[in-house]
Design a protein around this ligand. Structure first.
Ligand code: ATP
Ligand code: MG
Length: 404
């Protein structure tokens, strides 16, 4: 329904009269239009108004970027309140020339409403704001939390280390139990087989003497004897693994033994293997069977050479390992093909070989193992595919001079 034009004009008139108050004097009139006074007011109000507009804008930007802040709504109330205050200052400039006192009054009233509301709600907030942790308290809590996390991480690392150590110890125990069982079985068979071989060899020798007149029989008996001697060597190797070989331990300098074998190997190796030895000058003496020790080092050197078909470096290192008991260590290090875990775990087992039929018996490392353990020492193998192999022999330190 449209209002009559007269009514609308009347309403507009009332409104402009209400806001405009054209019959009132502008505020500059009260200042007697003194330019200095007028401009002091204008500049002051303008600067204050501009600042009052700038502050809430900065606050609004900050509030929008920090949505997690507590008591955001009171901050927004401050924004409105300061904007309203700014507006009153601009209107104060306006009314110097235009007597819009109603407009100024309405804006002041609105400012009053917002100010009162802000003031009223601010007081109950004070205890809650005071209860908020101070930056120092937050820092302390943070420090405590960081320390707690570091402690937990350290405990985790310790737990993982302990677990790894336990697993390694269990693996070592399993390995030594397996070697023990294998040794007992092998040793038992080899011992009895050796006794039978002794009877066989004695009887072949006797038959050989009796058959001197028949050359055909002699040839057959020679073959039988060669076979029996091979079988005897095999049983010796098995007895060595089972730690049941007869040893003649004497005080020895392991360095001398290593030197003898490296010289021998350097002469016989035609491959592109470079042999380097790093022997401790003050190496403690050991009480071992020299022949068996040479055999063991040779076995390791041959294995290393075979692991480096394209050539490489073989290092023999000796050093003293103080402890309870004191040990002398020999490391045979090659830069060869290395071993998979499954090979490394089984390398000490008799007859375990990865070499082609007829090229390896799988009795080299078992003999080394048997010799070292029978001499009171131990053997450790570190190897990974493509990373080379380090075989470490530990022999107990003996007292006395070498060669005694
Ligand atoms: N230095 C090495 N690098 C890589 N693999 C090795 C090394 N030494 C030993 N092995 C592995 O361990 C297996 C067992 O070695 P071991 O010396 O007992 O027997 P073999 O060398 O195979 O035969 P044999 O020594 O009786 O001629 C080898 O077949 C090989 O797979
Ligand atoms: Mg070998």
């Amino acid at each position: 329904m449209a209002l009559p034009a007269g009514v609308v004009a009347g309403m507009f008139d009332n409104w402009t009269r209400l806001l405009g108050n054209s019959d009132l004097a502008p505020h500059g009139y009260c200042l007697l239009w003194d330019p200095a006074l007028v401009w002091t007011h204008v500049v002051s109000d303008a600067l204050t108004g501009l600042s009052y507009y700038s502050i809430p804008i900065a606050m609004a930007v900050f509030l929008r970027r920090r949505p997690e802040l507590q008591f955001r709504w009171i901050a927004w109330l401050f924004v409105v309140f300061i904007l309203a205050c700014g507006t009153t200052h601009f209107l104060a400039i306006w009314t110097l020339w235009v007597p819009d006192y109603w407009l100024e009054g309405i804006v002041k009233a609105l400012t009053a409403v917002v100010s009162v509301a802000t003031a009223v709600v601010l007081w109950p907030l004070i205890p809650r704001a005071l209860a908020m942790p101070t930056p120092a308290a937050v820092r302390r809590a943070n420090d405590a939390l960081t320390a707690g996390i570091a402690e937990r991480d350290a405990a985790l690392v310790a737990l993982e280390t302990a677990q790894a150590e336990r697993e390694a110890a269990e693996a070592m125990l399993r390995q030594s139990q397996k070697m023990e069982a294998l040794g007992q079985l092998t040793g038992g068979i080899a011992h009895d087989f050796n006794n039978l071989l002794t009877i066989i060899q004695a009887n072949i020798a006797r038959a050989r003497r009796l058959s001197e007149s028949d050359p055909r029989l002699g040839g057959a008996l020679d073959n039988a004897m060669t076979g029996a001697e091979r079988a005897a060597r095999l049983t010796d190797q098995l007895l060595a693994f089972a730690r049941r070989q007869p040893l003649r331990p004497e005080l020895q300098d392991l360095g001398d033994i290593v030197t003898r074998i490296t010289e021998l190997s350097a002469r016989s190796f035609i491959s592109r293997v470079v042999i380097k030895s790093d022997l401790a000058a003050d190496l403690w003496p050991v009480r071992i069977d020299a022949g068996q020790a040479e055999n063991a080092v040779l076995n390791l050197v041959v294995n290393a050479r075979e692991a480096m078909p394209e050539g490489g470096t073989l290092r023999l290192v000796t050093r003293n390992c103080p402890g309870t008991p004191d040990m002398v260590e020999l490391r045979v290090i090659d830069s060869g093909i290395g071993m998979e875990d499954v090979v490394r775990e089984r390398a000490l087992e008799p007859f375990f070989t990865t070499k082609a039929l007829g090229r390896g018996t799988g009795l080299g490392l078992p003999q080394v193992y048997g010799f070292v353990t029978q001499s009171g020492g131990r053997i450790a193998i570190e190897s990974a595919p493509g990373q080379g192999t380090t075989v470490r022999l530990f022999l107990p330190r003996a007292t006395g001079e070498p060669g005694e």
